[in-house]
Design a protein around this ligand. Structure first.
Ligand code: AMP
Ligand code: GLY
Length: 410
């Protein structure tokens, strides 16, 4: 099969590498660090299957456009992608489907928003309704900070129109879990779970990012937890979408918090997670292309299988990320990192420099995955490979999967 992967990040690089185990792959637009990148748009590329990586083209209706041209597409249409395009609408669907979630409200004016904040219990969450590249969420114990965010969002100063409608919700606590479910419109199968690290710095401090690292499997998420997430979350949500006439074929990414009163859905994304993909897919032992093609055709076949080992991925970011980033710095050491046994390097914010060199071209620059028999071994491999990569201003977290490794040791 010839598969066209749409997107330009580390997630798409990982999708391409894993699909390539069984199929021919072209990536559009990709980037200079992803082999097989093409500058032709997806609509001009002839392929047997199209896999759309990022949310923006899904929300903009690329899957609909390709389907209208008779192509086989893995990724929801604009109707289903609204789950990620509008957090307010997602919450409506969750409530309809009876999925446990945080207490919340949707606001477009300051006074009612402030009044809702006053009903919360000391942990305040402010979210943009619209897309904000993973940066539109403030979680704070400070009422003043929450109020400042409300003002900045509603005025349009922080995120333009994406923030003029906002969702406020109670803060929940507990370990987070990402479950990526492959859906064919009717049925869904879960991929191996992952845990993502959202804050920029060690110890979960600093601003939220698109994700600074991830690991899989997740010791706190035994198979019974995944069954509950599928039964009480993903399946009723698919049914609620169907009831709205939405035939959802793609990844439904469940972002959960394992609270003391059970798993609660924080959010849905309508695509593979980044960087979760970089730990989940390398562990796959079955044919990814076949799985995605069957879901795209509305006839999911078989359950995906995963190796018994573990994967840990570390995002190396450019100076300034997640705020304003400096770009154009020369990236050194990618080949040396790839030479570490068990390591894989995925290119995201990577551009072409002079004389065939690669330079930084975005916030999250490369994602380095280590594979191993245990989380401890995978972690050592990942950090061993990261140590070989450098550019001025590069930063990364040094505690990805550290707590899970410690828990496993006790
Ligand atoms: P979201 O984009 O909705 O996934 O939010 C990004 C991150 O903000 C999540 O991964 C959590 O770390 C945090 N977050 C979102 N909602 C809540 C909540 N209700 N309580 C605590 N943390 C949250
Ligand atoms: N890693 C979080 C996301 O993909 O949204």
């Amino acid at each position: 099969m010839r598969v066209c992967v749409v997107g330009a990040g580390g997630r798409e690089h990982a999708l391409a590498e894993v699909l390539r185990r069984h199929h021919d792959v072209v990536v559009t637009p990709g980037n200079p660090g992803i082999p097989g990148s093409s500058s032709e748009p997806a609509t001009a590329i002839d392929a047997d299957l199209y896999v759309i990586g990022p949310e923006a083209p899904l929300v903009a209706g690329l899957a609909d456009e390709l389907r209208a041209a008779g192509r086989l597409v893995f990724g929801p249409g604009a109707d289903g992608a609204r789950l990620e395009g509008s957090k307010a609408w997602m919450k409506e669907v969750l409530v309809d489907a009876g999925v446990p979630t945080a207490r919340h409200g949707t606001f477009t004016a300051i006074d009612p928003a402030f009044a809702f904040l006053d009903t919360l219990d000391g942990l305040y969450v402010v979210k943009t309704d619209g897309l904000a590249a993973g940066k539109g969420v403030v979680v704070t114990t400070s009422l003043d900070e929450a109020r400042d965010a409300v003002r900045d969002y509603l005025s349009g100063a922080a995120f333009g129109d994406a923030g003029r409608t906002l969702v406020l919700e109670e803060g929940l606590t507990g370990p987070e879990l990402s479950v990526l479910a492959v859906c064919d419109g009717q049925r869904a199968v879960a991929l191996a779970p992952a845990q993502d690290f959202k804050r920029v710095a060690d110890g979960d401090v600093g601003p939220n990012t698109g994700g600074m690292g991830a690991y899989s499997p997740v010791p706190v998420a035994d198979p019974s937890v995944i069954d509950v997430v599928m039964r009480d979350g993903v399946e009723p949500t698919l049914a609620a979408l169907r009831a709205r006439g939405i035939d959802y074929r793609g990844v439904l990414y469940a972002g959960l918090m394992l609270t003391p009163t059970g798993p609660k859905m924080l959010e849905y994304n309508v695509r593979f997670g980044d960087p979760e993909t970089q730990v989940v897919l390398p562990r796959l032992t079955s044919d990814l292309g076949e799985l995605l093609a069957s879901a795209a055709a509305g006839a999911l076949v078989g359950a995906p299988t995963f190796d018994d080992g573990a994967a840990v991925t570390v995002v190396c970011a450019a100076e300034g990320y997640p705020r304003e980033v400096r770009t154009g710095d020369r990236i050194e050491g990618l080949d040396a990192a790839r030479a570490v046994p068990g390591a894989m390097v995925f290119c995201a914010g990577v551009g072409a420099g002079p004389d065939g060199t690669l330079v930084t071209a975005g916030g999250r620059v490369v994602t380095v995955t280590g594979m191993g028999a245990s989380l401890a071994a995978a972690r050592e491999t990942a950090y061993g490979a990261v140590a070989r990569i450098s550019w001025p201003g590069m930063h990364h977290r040094s505690d990805i999967a550290a707590a899970a490794v410690l828990e496993g040791a006790t």
